[in-house]
Design a protein around this ligand. Structure first.
Ligand code: 5RP
Length: 236
């Protein structure tokens, strides 16, 4: 069911593999790692920016950290660095969650889920007193663009995709929780309205639009340093 339209995801981040982008991801990750203190319960996102975050947290040498991972890849990498990883239900409320994003608009809306982990990421972000987004400069956009990642229930997925038209399944579509990963490919327009539509379509487990109310702080690293944008979620 996947087609060439899915390559929009790759076209969106032309700088994502180059040295400048990696340097910026590292700078944003290091700025976020400075927020980590002894004994914190930390939510860890997924992706190449979070891959820069994990060693930065480990290098802090804080004691008593307990981490919750949003994907098997993050869990594996965190454990390899000696970080303690437990389930969200074991840890409960988190002091902080830190994650990357695919797009960040000027109003603080995010598109997430390039790695298909947005359902777990949204649960973890909502479980954290403080949710911090880390990104390289290319992720800051004037207006959000599709695709918007989706996790769909397998039952009746063809009907769900029809209701969401235009939307398509990805080539490797299963989440670790058994959901089917897809992308909504239509115009985003008003993210409030699209978010409502996606959330109320039967069969949609979760979508990758994150509202500003979920986000406490956004750290965007560019060539001139790390820009800090305050989100709409109060630090709790
Ligand atoms: C994974 C995500 C990632 O945070 C998002 O795709 C950004 O990834 P990267 O840091 O590799 O650019 O939402 O589901």
């Amino acid at each position: 069911m996947a087609s060439s339209r899915a390559t929009a995801r790759q076209r969106r981040s032309p700088l994502s593999d180059d040295a400048a982008s990696t340097r910026q991801k590292r700078a944003a990750a290091e700025a976020a790692a400075e927020l980590i203190e002894d004994g914190m319960r930390i939510g860890l996102g997924t992706g190449s920016t979070v891959a820069q975050l994990l060693p930065a947290i480990a290098e802090r040498g804080c004691s008593g950290l307990r981490c919750v991972a949003t994907s098997p890849a993050t869990e594996l990498a965190a454990r390899a660095l000696g970080l303690t990883v437990q389930s969200l239900d074991e840890v409960g409320e988190l002091d902080i969650a830190i994650d990357g994003a695919d797009e960040i608009d000027p109003g603080g809306w995010l598109v997430k889920g390039g790695g298909g982990a947005h359902t777990r990421e949204k649960i973890v972000a909502a479980s954290a007193r403080r949710f911090v987004v880390i990104a390289s400069a290319e992720k800051a956009v004037r207006k959000l663009q599709p695709p918007v990642p989706l996790e769909l229930l397998a039952f009746g997925v063809k009907r769900t995709l029809l209701a969401l038209d235009p939307a398509e399944l990805r080539d490797v579509p299963r989440s670790p929780d058994g959901g089917l990963i897809a992308d909504y490919l239509g115009a985003i327009g008003d993210p409030v309205e699209l978010s409502r539509r996606l959330s109320t379509t039967p069969g949609v487990v979760e979508h990758g639009l994150f509202a500003p109310e979920l986000v406490s702080l956004i750290l965007i690293a560019g060539e001139g340093g790390v820009e800090r944008r305050t989100g709409a979620k109060p630090d709790g």
